[in-house]
Design a protein around this ligand. Structure first.
Ligand SMILES: [Zn+2]
Length: 62
């Protein structure tokens, strides 16, 4: 029997995706959320909605 160590499967997430707490509006990134043991805002709420990505294209009007 071959014994292979379980490989870590990277979770497919959108890098840089920003989530916003629907209660207090605190924005957090997917990266930050994945670091936590559970998806939870600093205010204790667990409902997030997807916000716009941090990178915003802005066109300068001259
Ligand atoms: Zn919150």
């Amino acid at each position: 029997m071959s014994e292979e160590p379980p490989k870590e499967q990277p979770v497919k997430v959108f890098a840089g995706a920003v989530y916003e707490c629907v209660r207090c509006g605190t924005k957090t990134t997917q990266e930050e959320l994945s670091r936590l043991p559970e998806v939870k805002c600093i205010c204790g709420y667990r409902v997030f909605r997807k916000a716009r990505p941090a990178v915003v294209k802005q066109i300068k009007a001259v």
